[in-house]
Design a binder for this molecule. Structure first.
Ligand SMILES: C=C(O[C@@H]1C=C(C(=O)O)C=C[C@H]1O)C(=O)O
Length: 408
């Protein structure tokens, strides 16, 4: 048995640091940030890679062992202090690996508090790291399916739905970006955190993005989930966008798609909650590229002592926002007609502390970087009244955040 990890969390003054990303060196960075609050980290103190249907359980068991024998000195005691792991999980049982990683250094900020946590290393000087270089020689190419082939898959899904096989399915596509040199992920991360400050800007082990969708957050016995489904593109003209937001809020196609997603989350959370609040009417979430129907579900959990936030994420995944309804038929149809492997796209991504509290977003508006290649993903909820051309346009709008973040 190896020696226990020695973990120290101390308060720090970060008033002069605008973005926590300024501190992050190029060596294995991780991030989970929203409006400049959250966590960043670097270095690797411990990591587990797992796959298959037991991936969540494997990771959770490993985490219980690690936290059970760590020696923790925490002078801050906030959610996200002490020992913290960052994770990314595959959408499907296979292919693709899932990872939970404990960085050597984690820097956190929440309200007016800031802290640094070190794991088996001395506290570093918190100074701005050299800036990342922008990607050079960027070009884009179709992924597994070109636009026409993907629209045929959407038409097939619509036919299956109208034949009564299922109610909703989310179909995704990929886009391949190639550069002349390996991409420094901190470049797109900085741009995403700037341009999509209302989203969660994440990076764990090669998957990065700015997701607007929170699968599950648990903090001190309170659980929340932000469910999205139903989308309209923005035009950039404020008056037109306000009218479009009204159209979205009244669109029966989008409200139907949304209702499936909210139901799937509420049903999965219910067994864990002693009370729940599920709003009956969604609000419209405005992002720079699109607007979504959104519902914030909240509940008080009764099993925080035995069920971690990662186990809650497992129970919720895949919600109808990224899978469909009913889940099993939708996932089978995705496998049959989507024509690509999702890998960790649309899987849970986030962090968890030693109490099992944490935040798990859905890895959307995301991409996987590997050396000089970046694979971008976007998906759309399909119901019986979906139109393939509109869905293609919607998928293009969903590529925009990462696409723009890769450019200079
Ligand atoms: C699947 C994605 O987004 C999901 C699908 C949505 C929709 O179809 O309206 C909206 C938000 C997300 O729940 C994606 O961004 O790739």
């Amino acid at each position: 048995m190896t020696a226990p990890m020695v973990v120290r969390t101390a308060s720090v003054d970060l008033d002069s640091i605008e973005s926590l990303l300024d501190l992050v060196p190029a060596d294995s960075p991780v991030s989970w940030l929203r409006r400049d609050e959250g966590l960043v980290g670097w270095g690797r103190a411990a990591v587990i890679r797992t796959s298959g249907s037991a991936r969540f359980r494997d990771a959770d068991k490993w985490w219980a062992e690690i936290t059970g024998r760590a020696e923790v000195h925490d002078e801050v005691n906030e959610p996200g202090t002490g020992l913290v792991a960052f994770g990314t999980f595959g959408f499907a049982d296979d292919p693709g690996d899932s990872v939970l990683v404990v960085p050597q250094v984690i820097v956190g900020r929440r309200g007016d508090r800031a802290w640094v946590t070190t794991v088996d290393v001395d506290a570093p000087d918190l100074v701005a790291a050299p800036l990342p270089r922008p990607p050079v020689g960027l070009s884009f190419a179709d992924g597994a399916l070109n636009g026409d082939a993907w629209m045929s898959a959407v038409a097939e899904a619509v036919a299956r739905i109208n034949a009564g096989d299922l109610e909703k399915v989310v179909l995704a596509r990929d886009l391949i970006a190639t550069c002349d040199e390996p991409v420094d992920v901190r470049w797109p991360l900085r741009k995403l955190a700037d341009d999509y400050a209302m989203c969660w800007t994440f990076h764990v082990d090669g998957i990065f993005g700015a997701t607007p969708e929170m699968l599950v957050r648990r903090e001190r016995g309170l659980v929340t989930s932000r469910v999205l489904a139903g989308t309209i593109r923005r035009t950039g003209d404020e008056e037109r966008d306000a009218a479009l937001a009204g159209t979205l809020a009244r669109s029966s196609k989008d409200l139907e798609e949304h209702e499936y997603a909210v139901r799937s989350v509420a049903d999965a959370l219910e067994p864990h909650c002693s009370s729940m609040n599920v709003p009956e009417v969604p609000f419209v979430l405005h992002l720079p590229n699109v607007m979504h129907l959104a519902t914030d579900v909240a509940g008080v959990v009764h099993d925080a002592a035995t069920v971690s936030s990662l186990q809650l994420a497992e129970a919720l995944h895949p919600s109808a926002a990224v899978g469909g309804t009913p889940t099993a038929s939708a996932v089978a149809l995705i496998d049959e007609i989507e024509g690509m492997a999702r890998d960790r796209y649309a899987g849970p991504v986030g962090w968890m502390d030693a109490n099992g509290d944490g935040e798990w977003g859905i890895a959307l508006r995301s991409a996987i970087v590997q050396g000089d290649t970046v694979r971008l993903f976007a998906g759309c909820g399909i119901v019986g009244s979906s139109d393939p051309e509109s869905e293609l346009a919607e998928s293009q709008a969903k590529f925009v955040p990462v696409r723009d973040a890769l450019s200079r």
